[in-house]
Design a protein around this ligand. Structure first.
Ligand code: XMP
Length: 326
């Protein structure tokens, strides 16, 4: 039976020295497991898959094939960063798949959050499987599974990864960080020389901006989510909150409210700001954003994002709320 328990004697990786020792150990173990064979990895650009990509690349170079699927629910500039870091700088073998229309068309009119998650997860697997079939002689699939994914897999919301691939695609699994906690994965990422922007990025859900566009996703509202999120991240970075606040993002509910602009009545969307602190996402408290920063974010959103006339601040902790709205 596969061992899914972290060795209680394993030291917590809390400095670069321990991270480097872990990297050396994993390079040996990856080489020993792969023995010259190719490895496939779904590279979302999140911390976990990025660290796994850099680690495996260090061990086996271009025997690693990364597939980055753009499902249209990524944040502004996210795919571009993945391409820049892995393809242009690291020179890793990266396949970029633009599946935006496929995802958004399938999600049209779907309101139920869990249905949305299932559709996103299913299409993700379909797209990934199609890419995998195009590639020859790949026997190993790498995954960015981390320890909390194993211990908390019975959560309230269906989290997705590449598990559940069709029967004809049988892979041997390679999960080099499966016994690490998030902070340890970040430390390893830093030791591997990944940009801080990537290593200390906030957790981002598999279904992406899809769960921040509650109800049926429309391209118009998704754009409001993406643009307002970019402004929030930019202002948080300027305020020095990046890497300090656990998770911050915007939500755009599926209804509009009345406003007034240039003496004309408007009827537009509202943007909700959410910023929370947490240790392991099972509970979360509210980050008390200073009013001047909130006002700056509000002004920029109202000025720069089309179709918005109201900005709100969600002050609900988890529990009773969850971090995401869906
Ligand atoms: P909630 O909303 O349950 O979120 O308080 C806890 C943490 O999990 C993230 N999250 C997800 N991650 N797939 C994921 O990979 C999902 O479907 C999903 N839903 C929520 C959320 O962003 C937070 O960090």
């Amino acid at each position: 039976m596969e061992n899914n328990k972290r060795d209680p004697k394993m030291k917590r990786i809390n400095n670069l020295e321990l991270a480097n020792a872990f990297i050396e150990e994993q390079i040996e173990s990856i080489k020993a497991q792969t023995r010259g064979r190719k490895v496939l990895l779904a590279l979302s650009g999140g911390v976990d898959s990025s660290v796994v990509a850099a680690l495996i690349y260090k061990a086996i170079g271009d025997k690693l094939v990364c597939v980055h699927v753009n499902h249209g629910l990524l944040r502004k500039g996210e795919s571009e960063l993945v391409i820049k870091v892995f393809k242009e700088e690291m020179k890793a073998n990266l396949i970029y798949v633009d599946a935006v229309d496929r995802f958004l068309n399938a999600l049209e009119g779907v309101e139920d959050p869990e249905c949305k998650r299932k559709i996103i997860g299913k299409i993700f697997i379909d797209v990934f499987a199609e890419e995998a079939r195009k590639l020859e002689d790949i026997e190993i699939l790498a995954q960015g599974t981390i320890y909390p994914d194993i211990t908390e897999s019975k959560g309230v919301k269906a989290h997705h990864n590449v598990g559940g691939l069709p029967e004809d695609l049988k892979f041997e699994l390679l999960e080099p960080v499966k016994f690490l906690y998030k902070d340890e994965v970040r430390m390893v990422g830093e030791a591997l020389g990944l940009p801080k922007k990537m290593v200390y990025r906030q957790p981002f859900p598999g279904p992406g901006l899809g769960v921040r566009c509650p109800g049926a996703i429309t391209r118009e509202r998704l754009e409001v989510v993406r643009e307002s999120d970019a402004i929030l991240r930019d202002e948080f970075a300027k305020a020095g909150f990046e890497g300090k606040v656990w998770q911050y993002f915007t939500i755009v509910p599926p209804f509009r409210s009345t406003g007034i602009k240039d003496n004309q009545r408007t009827f537009e969307y509202m943007v909700v700001i959410r910023a929370v602190n947490s240790i392991d996402a099972t509970s979360a408290s509210i980050e008390e954003i200073p009013y001047p920063i909130l006002f700056k974010i509000r002004d920029r959103i109202l000025e720069e994002v089309k179709g918005v006339n109201r900005v709100l601040y969600d002050i609900s902790a988890k529990p009773v709320a969850t971090i995401e709205w869906e």
